[in-house]
Each structure stands twice: as structure tokens, then as C-alpha cells.
Design a protein. Structure first.
Length: 324
């Protein structure tokens, strides 16, 4: 079963749905193999889940409230960040509730961050929820998510030309070569670097074959084109200095993006006492020249990683504060 990268998730209707599951299902979901913090049912990526059960535990703190919810298949912690200015609806032990939210992980235990929590007054609600989950599993969740072949790279509708295939190979070699401990390099330094040139030639030969290599554009054209693509995609960072050639280094989230996002949230927290919205984060990241080309989905993914690592916490939908 194939797991697709985030750029294809919008083609899957399940991704936009509030996926109804039992608590046992939530606890047994598989994590996406390449996107930490994203969980899947079959190969469908999930953004939100809906569970229904009884409140069996209440944990109140000054900045959040947590509930243990039990549906007879398992127990899961559900929590909601709050502050003194917000009016919070509290629930009691034994109440039957429906919880909608996003799956998070804290200290290796899965939790649900509450977006909405509603008491159920219908005594049949839990049985009806189980029946609906069973129906959805057999008719929807079990059917694999498949991206149409004409939208995948290398399709017959949009078959890349030889030079763009060479560009893709060159981009991969450049990204791998410029990772630490290698310092940033200019294009001229890369062209004169024998080790880099040898690695690039071997990669081009392995990917394209001897016949295609004879039709390649010159290296002094191919390399700048590839680097330009990487900068536009936010995978390389360009450093420009007066009277010096521009140098490039690989964009690494731990080194470049995470510290920038934490500083933005810290800096704007006084203007947004209820939490800095992710749109503010996106806007301010783009204002930094060296990060201006980083795709929004990459920034959002790093924000989720910071939350999973307990560096920040979500106070409301898509709004965040620094963990003190």
C-alpha cells in the first residue's frame, strides 16, 4: 500500500472529514511513514477524529483541562487549553460526550486535542456511533487512497524532458552535498570541487544512462538552473554579500526554521495574548529573506513538530504559545 506525500493529501476526501472511530481505533492508528505526527487509517491521512464515550477522569490545571474518555474499547486523554479570559464549558464524571479534535502525542501517549466537545443526551448515541464506524470502515476507510496516475511524476501526460530530468538529479546531489558539516558554497566553488563533480557525474550516469548524458546542457548552465529551482522551493538558502558571490546552504528545519518560528511566537505573544495564529507565523517567516521561499505546508509541518515536542502548545484552533 502506497503512502503519498502531503502535496497529494487534498485529493483524499477523508483528509478533510472528521473521521469517526472508536478509541481503540485511534490508539492503533499507524503513523505516516514520512510525516511524523500524522496518522493514517489504511493509507488515508487523518486531520481530525471523532470519538464518543463516557467521562471517567477530570484533570483541571490553570491553563488546561483534561478528560479521560472511555467507550468500552479503550480510554484516551482529551485536553483543551484555556485561560482566565475564556468561558469554558465543564463536563462531569459519567457524562456521555462526543469529542472532535486532532491526535497529538505527549510522553509517547496519544491524546486528542479538543476542538469541540458536546454532551450526548440520546441514550442510543453510543450504539449509533459504533454502527456508523463499522459502516464507514467497510465502505470507505478500507478503500485505499489512490492518486490518479496522470497527476504523478513521470506520467505520459506530463513527461519531463531530458534536461529537467537532469535538473532533478542535480538538485538531489546538491541538496545532499550541502548538508552539514559542509559549509555553504557558491556555484563557482561547486564547479571547481572535484569531489562534487565526480558525485554528480556518477549520479547522472546512473539515472540517465550514457546515451542521455551526451545531450545534456553544459554544467555551468545545469547547476545554476538546479540551484535556482531549489531556492524557489525553499530547500536551499541563499546568502548574498556585497562584492562576493552568492553562497548556498541546505535549509534544515532544526537549524533554520524551528528557531525562527519560536522567536516569532515569542515576539508576538504580547500582541496576541490568546495565542499567535499560524497565519501570523507564516507571514513573518516569509518576511525573512532567507526563508521567504519555504512552502507553507513545510512551515505548518514544523509548527506541528514543535507542538509534538512540547516546545509550543495550541491555545485555540491554530493559535500557539511558547511552553514556559
Amino acid at each position: 500500500m502506497e503512502f503519498y506525500p502531503p502535496k497529494y493529501w487534498g485529493l483524499d476526501p477523508v483528509y478533510y472529514a472528521c473521521v469517526k472511530l472508536t478509541i481503540a481505533d485511534v490508539l492503533s492508528l499507524k503513523e505516516h511513514p514520512t510525516c511524523k505526527g500524522t496518522f493514517c487509517i489504511s493509507n488515508h491521512p487523518i486531520s481530525k477524529v471523532c470519538v464518543l464515550g463516557d467521562v471517567v477522569l477530570i484533570n483541571r490545571r490553570h491553563n488546561f483541562i483534561g478528560y479521560g474518555v472511555d467507550d468500552s474499547t479503550g480510554v484516551i486523554q482529551c485536553y483543551q487549553w484555556c485561560n482566565e479570559e475564556e468561558q469554558v464549558i465543564y463536563f462531569s464524571l459519567g457524562q456521555l460526550v462526543m469529542v472532535i479534535g486532532r491526535i497529538t502525542v505527549f510522553r509517547d501517549e496519544r491524546q486528542i486535542q479538543i476542538d469541540n466537545m458536546v454532551q450526548q443526551v440520546d441514550s442510543n448515541a453510543e450504539v449509533l456511533h459504533w454502527l456508523e464506524v463499522k459502516h464507514l470502515k467497510s465502505t470507505c476507510y478500507s478503500q485505499p487512497f489512490v492518486v490518479p496516475s496522470d497527476l504523478l511524476p513521470g506520467s505520459s501526460i506530463e513527461q519531463p524532458s531530458t534536461k529537467f530530468s537532469a535538473t532533478d538529479v542535480t538538485c538531489g546531489v546538491v541538496l545532499e552535498y550541502l548538508r552539514p558539516p559542509i559549509l555553504s558554497h557558491s556555484i563557482q566553488e561547486l564547479i571547481s570541487d572535484e569531489k562534487f563533480l565526480q558525485t554528480l557525474k556518477e549520479a547522472l550516469k546512473a539515472k540517465l544512462g550514457d546515451g542521455c548524458q551526451r545531450n545534456l546542457m553544459p554544467l555551468d548552465q545545469l547547476l545554476p538552473l538546479s540551484i535556482s529551482h531549489l531556492v524557489e522551493q525553499g530547500q536551499l538558502i541563499a546568502h548574498s554579500f556585497p562584492a562576493q558571490p552568492t553562497t548556498y546552504e541546505a535549509m534544515l528545519s532544526d537549524i533554520h526554521l524551528k528557531p525562527a518560528i519560536l522567536e516569532i511566537i515569542r515576539k508576538h505573544s504580547h500582541s496576541y495574548p490568546n495565542g499567535v495564529h499560524v497565519d501570523v507565523v507564516l507571514q513573518n517567516v516569509k518576511l525573512q529573506d532567507h526563508l521567504s521561499h519555504v512552502p507553507n505546508e513545510v512551515i505548518r509541518r514544523v509548527v506541528c513538530e514543535l507542538e509534538d515536542n512540547s516546545d509550543i502548545y495550541e491555545t485555540a484552533c491554530n493559535s500557539y504559545k511558547i511552553v514556559d
